[in-house]
Design a protein around this ligand. Structure first.
Ligand code: PEP
Length: 247
């Protein structure tokens, strides 16, 4: 369908200024692989300095608030992270849905706020191991999609990341058949919700223990348009091969 592969690192709560060298080394690798779009979603404290130091990759944030401003101690608005250097933002990561009790309605509102501020958005979905074992993974993920999809969703600013919670940071990944099946189901649901043209243009990322050894096989699946990568994105040595696999 001509979808450009998208590979995004999520540094989570990792990274002081001393780690920016890794972002610059990743940027240097991405420069050699323009076929893939590459970004790093880093701590908000590093956005500004990282943005000034990179050429090929985009810099993103890991969350934003759904309101434009107000009495929300410790939170950052979409406009704030944009002004600091982010051009993308992750919303609905399972760690935020879990740790911060964010609902799918919150996630949809955050995506809309990000869009209004001019940010591109990665919206995360994913089931627990219990849900997977009960045979209801697809049903659960499609329910999350329907409840989190913002009004006016379109492929030019929104991408979806399927991240089974039990695969995040565990070294355990679903089978290729399981990934292909759920990505196909997500694409099908997007066709119903947005029409074929938008659904076929929207990038669907897989996330959960992507590494140099498994990236090529995962990215070759028909409805997988790249990856959202946690642990392996912290160093150029481990993220570089994933960028190469995508390119
Ligand atoms: C993530 O949390 O977005 C993620 C995919 O983490 P990891 O690659 O470490 O499993």
């Amino acid at each position: 369908m001509g979808r450009r592969k998208l590979v995004v690192g999520n540094w989570k709560m990792n990274g002081l200024r001393a780690q920016l060298g890794a972002a610059y080394a990743i940027d240097a690798i991405a420069t050699q692989h323009p076929d893939a779009e590459v970004g790093l979603c880093i701590p908000a404290t590093l956005l500004s300095e990282a943005k000034a130091g990179v050429k090929a990759i985009f810099i993103g944030a890991q969350d934003c608030h759904m309101n434009e401003n107000g009495a929300h101690t410790g939170c950052l608005s979409a406009a704030m992270v944009k002004e600091a250097g982010a051009s993308w933002v992750i919303v609905g990561h399972s760690e935020r849905r879990g740790d911060q009790h964010e609902s799918s309605a919150d996630v949809a509102a955050k995506a809309l706020a990000a869009r209004a501020a001019g940010l591109k958005v990665i919206l995360c979905l994913g089931e627990s191991l219990e849900t997977r074992d009960s045979g209801k993974a697809s049903e659960f993920v499609l329910g999350q999609l329907s409840d989190s999809l913002p009004d006016g969703a379109s492929a030019d600013w929104l991408s979806i990341a399927y991240e089974p919670i039990w695969a995040i940071g565990t070294g355990r990944i679903p089978t290729m058949e399981q990934i292909a099946e759920i990505h196909g189901d997500i694409r099908g649901a997007l066709r119903q919700a947005l029409g074929a043209e938008q659904a076929d243009a929207m990038r669907l990322l897989y996330g959960g223990s992507v590494n140099a050894a498994n990236a090529r096989e995962i990215f070759a699946l028909e409805d997988v348009d790249g990856g959202l990568v946690g642990g392996a994105s912290l160093k150029a040595d481990s993220f570089g091969p994933i960028i190469e696999a995508a390119a």
